[in-house]
Design a protein around this ligand. Sequence first.
Ligand code: TYD
Length: 136
Amino acid sequence: MTIADSRVIELSTISDDRGKLTFVEGDDHVPFEIRRVYYIYDVPQAVKRGAHAHRALRQVMIAMSGSFDVVLNDGKVQRRFNLDRPDRGLFIPSMLWRSLENFSTDAICCVLASAPHQESDYIRNYDDFLHAVRVR
Ligand code: TYD
């Protein structure tokens, strides 16, 4: 997979006069089995998060509330996504450098992930990331 495979997925949503209900089933609405869910919130103004890549992990990020930007980079090409709707998720393939920025004060970033947390799956140094994508 490449940065071209990163994409916004419209999540299944049931809407009626009682409000909206959005649901996600792993291996169906997102292209992996969901093994972990975590969320990022209360991010102070102007703070950037992320700044790492994952060797194997695949993720879907959803703005449950508020908005933020996800900047993806494969070492050559950069794509910026603004997420501001709980009925859309951004699919992020493995081996992309990502930065999360421009969080609104009410932003909640929910992440569906393909594997449990494993520090060895992270590349946290940008030069190491560039080296890893070039030798692939
Ligand atoms: P990290 O993925 O580096 O978040 P960000 O890039 O947004 O700052 O995670 C921050 C810290 O939280 C780091 O010490 C690892 C830990 N962590 C877990 O223990 N479990 C998890 O599922 C995640 C995502 C992070």
